[in-house]
Ligand binder design. Structure first.
Ligand code: ATP
Ligand code: MG
Length: 449
């Protein structure tokens, strides 16, 4: 009997073809922009001691209380697949003894995260995040720089028109204590209208209720007091400074006093980039300031700020904006003759690849079959090598879009391929070679002097 077809586990997905091209484009763009802002990439383990998250994220957060992939390994240790990476980065800072020298540390990361959630569009059990953290900076300029970097990445991706930056402050500890008391008083007066979850959270962490997605809670939250009536002068000043730096950086924002973020570790700045283009999954990037997390990991007080963004959600925005990057178009190398032609074709193939041109050869087939395959792999140009051409040290370059062709000396192959306009890698190779020739000429000039 035939075996049942295996499917990917619920909430996971394969990244193939244009979907993975979008995905990689998000990560590569983020990596490039983060480098411009002075961030260095770290890779921390995908699984950690469960305490890293239980301590770091706070046990009233949804992530810790409901969404973690935790299991006991064969040695009896409690292990958790990371649901986010901020706790791991802070743990790494402490474990590697980096809490004293060279602060602030500016860290970029990208990789898979795991949360046991109900899968839907833009929400998966294995998903991917990009993120940045500035570790060891108490200044509001760090908050603004982190936000500007996130905004810049969205601009580079071309999706910034579809998202809005919403910011808020959670104040300092004194502001939050006062706010907590006000929230407890308000929600207690309406306790019977709250969801069961929120009734349970009321005494322990009423801030969490403000972040609730339950419609019963949302109605109450709309009328709840905001933190702005409870900010200490220092906290208000910090918030004002962040906003003024954002204005200098030219980053547009909207204030939203309902943003509190889902994890327990935040203080001062909290922000989200939201969109109305992804249905219920409206947040693409979220973050803020967290001042106690490194201490939770056993390090010294290390004020920090950062954000994380869902790669799948950014990728869906790229798709919606029809901004899927094209796969590079190869040049098809086509021998037309016997073994001599085949050997010459393989040499040309290798020489082109060494010079940076994306080139392909079919493993077998006659001229017609090879031309068919060239079309199937969307080659923009073909290099045809017949016996006579090889003898003369030439090749025929065929523009597969226009159907035109010319026979050129092998030394001019890259120029001719670039001229078809159908091979971007050939154009880049030509430009690089021209630059190099210019530099060589410059060097010679220097020597004469
Ligand atoms: P949400 O409110 O959508 O559940 P969150 O507040 O739990 O998001 P964060 O922990 O702040 O999300 O993670 C940052 C970003 O990671 C989110 O804005 C989102 O883009 C992405 N993200 C979070 N959970 C998932 C998931 N299960 N699948 C896909 N992307 C996710
Ligand atoms: Mg969530």
């Amino acid at each position: 009997m035939a075996q049942a077809l295996l499917q990917p586990a619920r909430g996971t997905h394969d990244l193939i073809g244009e979907e993975y091209r979008r995905h990689l484009h998000v990560i590569e763009t983020a990596r490039r922009v983060a480098t411009l802002y002075g961030f260095e990439e770290w890779a921390t383990p995908i699984f950690e001691d469960t305490r890293v998250f239980a301590r770091g994220l706070g046990d009233t957060s949804d992530v810790v209380s409901k969404e973690m992939y935790s299991f006991e390994d064969r040695g009896g240790e409690s292990i958790t697949l990371r649901p986010e990476n901020t706790a791991g980065v802070c743990r790494a800072l402490v474990s590697n003894g980096l809490t004293q020298a060279n602060l602030p540390r500016k860290v970029f990361y990208a990789g898979p995260m795991f949360r046991y959630e109900r899968p839907q569009k833009g929400r998966y059990r294995q998903f991917h995040q990009i993120g940045i953290e500035v570790l060891g900076a108490a200044e509001p300029l760090a908050d603004a720089e982190v936000i500007a970097c996130g905004w810049h990445i969205q601009q580079e991706l071309g999706i910034d028109e579809g998202t809005v930056l919403e910011i808020n402050t959670l104040g300092d500890a004194a502001s939050r204590d006062a706010y907590r008391a006000a929230l407890i008083a308000y929600f207690t007066a309406h306790k019977d209208q709250l969801s069961e979850d929120s009734q349970a959270r009321l005494e322990k962490n009423p801030l969490r209720i403000v972040d609730s997605k339950d419609p019963r809670d949302k109605a109450l939250v709309a009328e709840a007091p905001t933190i702005h009536d409870h900010l200490t002068p220092e906290a208000a000043e910090f918030y004002a400074a962040v906003k003024s730096y954002l204005t200098i950086f030219g980053v547009p924002f909207r204030e939203n006093p309902r943003i509190v973020r889902g994890l327990d570790y935040y203080s001062h700045t909290a922000f989200e980039f939201v969109t109305d283009r992804l249905g219920a999954q409206g947040t693409v990037m979220g973050g803020g300031r967290y001042n106690g997390l490194v201490e939770e990991m056993g390090g010294p007080p290390t004020p920090s700020v950062g954000w994380a963004a869902g790669v799948e959600r950014l990728s869906l925005l790229l798709e919606a904006a029809e901004l899927t990057p094209e796969a590079p178009r190869p040049v098809a190398i086509i021998p037309a003759g016997g073994d001599t032609a085949e050997a010459a074709a393989l040499s040309v193939l290798q020489a082109l690849r060494e010079r940076g041109v994306v080139a392909e050869i079919a493993y077998k087939g006659n001229l017609k079959r090879r031309m068919e395959r060239a079309n199937r792999i969307k080659a923009g140009a073909a290099v045809i090598l017949g016996e006579a051409e090889i003898a003369a040290g030439t090749a025929t370059v065929r523009n597969l879009d226009a159907g035109t062709q010319e026979t050129v000396p092998l030394e001019e192959l890259i120029r001719a391929l670039a001229a078809t306009g159908a091979s971007e890698s050939a154009m880049q190779a030509l430009m690089a070679e021209m630059l190099e020739a210019e530099e060589d000429a410059g060097d010679e000039g220097d020597e004469e002097r």
